[in-house]
Every structure is written in C-alpha cells, then in structure tokens.
Design a binder for this molecule. Structure first.
Ligand code: ZN
Length: 173
C-alpha cells in the first residue's frame, strides 16, 4: 500500500466533476487500498479520489473515532444519495485538502446511499450523524464541491486566501 500526496485547495482538479467508474479490476482495488492508507496516515475520516488527483467517482471513509475502536474501512464507488432526512444537523467540518481550517456546515442528518464495492457489487446503506456528514462531504468532492462552498462567500474567500499563502510557503521550503 502506498500513501499518496493529497492535493491542496485551490487546485483546478478539486473543482472538476468526476467520471463514473466502469472497470472493476486489480488497479481499482489497489487504488482503494492506497486511498485508505493515505486517509489513515493523514489522519482523516474520509478521502475522495480527486483529492489524490484521480478524477473518478469513488471515496473511502472510516468514521470510527474512539480510541481502540475497531476500524470500519469502506470504499464506495459511484455513490449516490437516494434519500435524505428532513432533519438537519450541524457539524464542524474540515478537509484533508484544506488543512487546519474548520467551519460549521448544515446538512441532512441521515442519508441513504447506493454504491458499488470494489468488485462492482451493488450496495445500499443508511448513514447517520458523522457517517452521514462524511458521505455527503465526500460525494460533494466528486462533483467538484468543497465544504467551503457551503459557507458564506466572505468566509470562503478568507479560507482560500489562507490556503494560497500556505501553498506559497510550502513551495518555498
Ligand atoms: Zn474533503
């Protein structure tokens, strides 16, 4: 397994609509493993393929946060939200592509999601709380939407400017 470099906002590849996955082969399973490794290494609870520069519709997540909890790694391919609750929830979100920046985002509290696993087998599950927020955040990535796109323009611009400065500093090192 390989830890891949994570793209940092602003990057044009994070703003693209990603293509559906049609081939379920060894390379796809390898990418899923690499993305999980990269997510755990960061560490984070979710990572979408465009964040490692692969513009296809897949993400990985594991929202088990308790110390010593049993990991529940998931790889979701071609995911779709097919139902969302009217009840909404606010979570302070962050993003591995926007390091160090956090903000409250309101989303449906529960969602039902369909997807394919790495073997192409159809799956369906309802997610709640952090799992629901994470799934929606990651599916957003596949359409080129970042969590800061849910914020007021002023706040979004402030975070983007901080990230531009951060990237200039990284480039200088
Ligand atoms: Zn993200």
């Amino acid at each position: 397994m390989t830890v891949k470099p994570i793209l940092i906002h602003p990057d044009p590849r994070l703003k693209k609509a990603c293509a559906p996955i049609t081939v379920f082969d060894k390379n796809l399973a390898q990418l899923a493993d690499d993305m999980l490794e990269t997510m755990y290494d960061a560490p984070g609870v979710g990572l979408a393929a465009p964040q490692v520069g692969v513009l296809t519709r897949m993400f990985v997540m594991d929202c088990v946060k308790e110390e010593g909890g049993t990991p529940e790694p998931m790889a979701l391919i071609n995911p779709k939200v097919v139902w969302e609750s009217e009840e909404r929830n606010v979570y302070e979100e962050g993003c591995l592509s926007i390091p160090g920046q956090y903000a409250d985002v309101e989303r449906p509290k529960m969602v039902r999601v369909t997807w394919q696993d790495v073997n192409g087998v159809a799956q369906e599950q309802e997610f709640d709380e952090l799992w629901a927020t994470c799934a929606q955040h990651e599916i957003d990535h596949l359409d080129g939407t970042l969590f800061i796109d849910h914020l007021k323009p002023m706040k979004r611009q402030m975070i983007t400017r901080k990230m531009q400065k951060y990237k200039r500093e990284l480039a200088r090192e």
